[in-house]
Design a protein around this ligand. Sequence first.
Ligand code: ADP
Ligand code: MG
Length: 245
Amino acid sequence: MSALTVTGLGKSFGGVDAVAGISFELRSGELLALIGPNGAGKSTTFNMINGQLKADAGSIRLDGVELVGRKPREIWRLGVSRTFQIAETFSSLTVVENVQMSLLSQQRRLFAMWHPAADERRDEALALLDRVGMKAQADRPCSVLAYGDVKRVELAIAMANAPKLLLMDEPTAGMAPGERNALMALTKQLVVERGMAVLFTEHSMDVVFAYADRMIVLARGRLIAEGRPLEIRDHPKVQEVYFGT
Ligand code: ADP
Ligand code: MG
């Protein structure tokens, strides 16, 4: 069964269709790239999946459970994690505290962070940080980290939710090519290890071709092509709409 099943998903703003009834599926263990020019509807799609925006039409099912109509926090607890184009952490907290917060909030035990015994689940957080190569910096405040390292911490925070689905909005934006490949290679390993599904938007076609198992192409809110990266690259409609040739 597919991890994520999106059917007839739609959203309009002031009568204009930002997303005009799209359908796609995503299996566990799969990295699916969502691409398309600016204004195509990529962010709107992400925001509907994680509940920041309510869909006007259609359905979004995660392992058969309907997400439309649920609040972002509930969707997060059902196993949808998200990373942002500009990585977000609590910069006044340390690296390990950020991951502990995420572990505790999954259990609805956020208050435990301010409890005298706040080292709750520290070992588990350290294990996740080890996995993303950030254990050595566990006790540093996030505010002093290099940007590429913040992205790794953000990934550990997302993994602390034990996601079935990870949404990544331009994961490699603002990163140098070496860092980019390291982050995507790590993501790919995590997908295999944990059997989660990843949906990501990406401007760099190099990244898409290197790491996506499949891709879907949006233009003006419509899904115009779907397939393996090499099939899509030569698709005439995609050439026209996306690559401008
Ligand atoms: P992408 O992420 O692919 O660049 P978006 O999903 O951000 O595209 O936007 C799709 C379309 O919806 C665009 O035409 C955009 O102007 C419009 N749009 C997005 N969010 C809003 C909003 N909150 N209010 C009005 N229009 C919006
Ligand atoms: Mg966008």
